[in-house]
Design a protein around this ligand. Structure first.
Ligand code: 5GP
Ligand code: MN
Length: 318
């Protein structure tokens, strides 16, 4: 395992980034690592480079300090967390320029990159892996406190569906047990970040369910929101989380896809399965990746063309 102390003690500038469209685990793992390193090494420059996360995560310490502007910093150590370096958007160039490149991830499609990596596809989340690294670096928990515990717990619950998905292990539960002992209000955190939706998000979910199409003898469900739909609803990029999971909970369905047209052009595709279909494999066929039961990719073309390609990939596995 990577030792954060020996890795970082001689560094002056440390950078951290995660994937584009950061989700809860991406925020939990990058900000958790940032909180630990900036507290452990107050004399060093520790920076997170990430796309602006959803406002839902504004309470996480450090989010307001995320560096968004571009400059020419060369970091001594650079961490890519919860992602492959290619999926970090603008941050990739800092990773490429860094003296020591580190990759921490739990995606099965990540083969490991950089000078050092800690990749475990069996982990519930990247936040679980960051917890491991912090525990190794700080066994007495000198630098662990309520807000760091809450940040890591946030990342874990977001990626394991509040301990409901199959990526939850007994180790995940033991880590969660340790984290809640720091005393933050975990039921409130779960409600506010996992279950609660804005009125608009519920409307968008309703629209996506209305437009869903069942095919492959009821085993594959998909729904598409075009730019026109999105603009009519007044939705933004943070209003789509959870839709694909709801589609997957349709009786008889083995795989679900939710597509939404993105501002850069093309469609972001989110895939889910109950385990019978390996959606990571399907996503990988289109240059994406993820996990067996949750994966994604970005595709160009008309909705009709994209659905045809996706359906062909899914049907191969049924
Ligand atoms: P979501 O559908 O929630 O965006 O993503 C599901 C899972 O697949 C997440 O673990 C996410 O990190 C991963 N994923 C989503 N889109 C992509 C992609 O374009 N490339 C890769 N490598 N992974 C993705
Ligand atoms: Mn993750």
């Amino acid at each position: 395992m990577i030792n954060l102390i020996s890795l970082c003690q001689n560094a002056e500038k440390i950078g951290i980034s995660g994937h584009i469209r950061p989700d809860g685990d991406c925020v939990g793992s990058t900000m958790g690592l940032w909180q630990f390193l900036s507290r452990r090494f107050p004399e060093k420059k520790v920076e997170v480079r990430l796309e602006r996360p959803s406002e839902l995560y504004d309470f996480v310490p450090g989010v307001s300090k995320i560096v968004e502007n571009e400059d020419d910093v060369v970091y001594d150590v650079y961490f890519v967390v919860d992602s492959v370096p290619e999926r970090t958007g603008m941050a990739e160039k800092y990773y490429n320029a860094a003296k020591i490149k580190v990759n921490i991830d739990h995606h099965i499609t990540n083969e490991g990159a950089g000078d050092m990596c800690y990749i475990d596809a069996g982990a519930s989340s990247a936040s679980e892996l960051v917890y491991d690294l912090i525990k190794e670096a700080d066994p007495e928990g000198e630098y662990m406190d309520e807000s760091l515990a809450k940040t890591l717990y946030l990342g874990i619950i977001q990626d394991c569906g509040v301990f409901g998905y199959s990526n939850t292990s007994s180790k995940t539960m033991r880590i969660a047990a340790d984290l809640i002992s720091y005393g933050f209000d975990f039921p409130k955190l779960i409600d506010e970040t996992f279950y609660e939706k804005t009125f608009l998000q519920n409307k968008v979910l309703g629209e996506a369910l209305q437009k869903s199409v069942l095919c492959l003898s009821g085993q594959f469900i998909y729904s598409i929101l075009t730019r026109e739909d999105i603009d009519r609803l007044g939705a933004g990029e943070h209003d789509f989380e959870g839709i694909v999971n709801q589609l997957r909970y349709t009786k008889g369905v083995k795989a679900a896809a939710f597509l939404h047209e993105i501002p850069e052009g093309g469609y972001k595709v989110s895939l889910r399965s109950g385990g019978a279909v390996d959606v990571a494999k399907a996503a990988q066929a289109f240059g994406g990746g993820g996990h067996v039961r949750a994966a994604g990719c970005t595709l160009k073309g008309t909705p009709g063309q994209i659905v045809e390609r996706l359906t062909a990939q899914i049907s191969e596995q049924l």
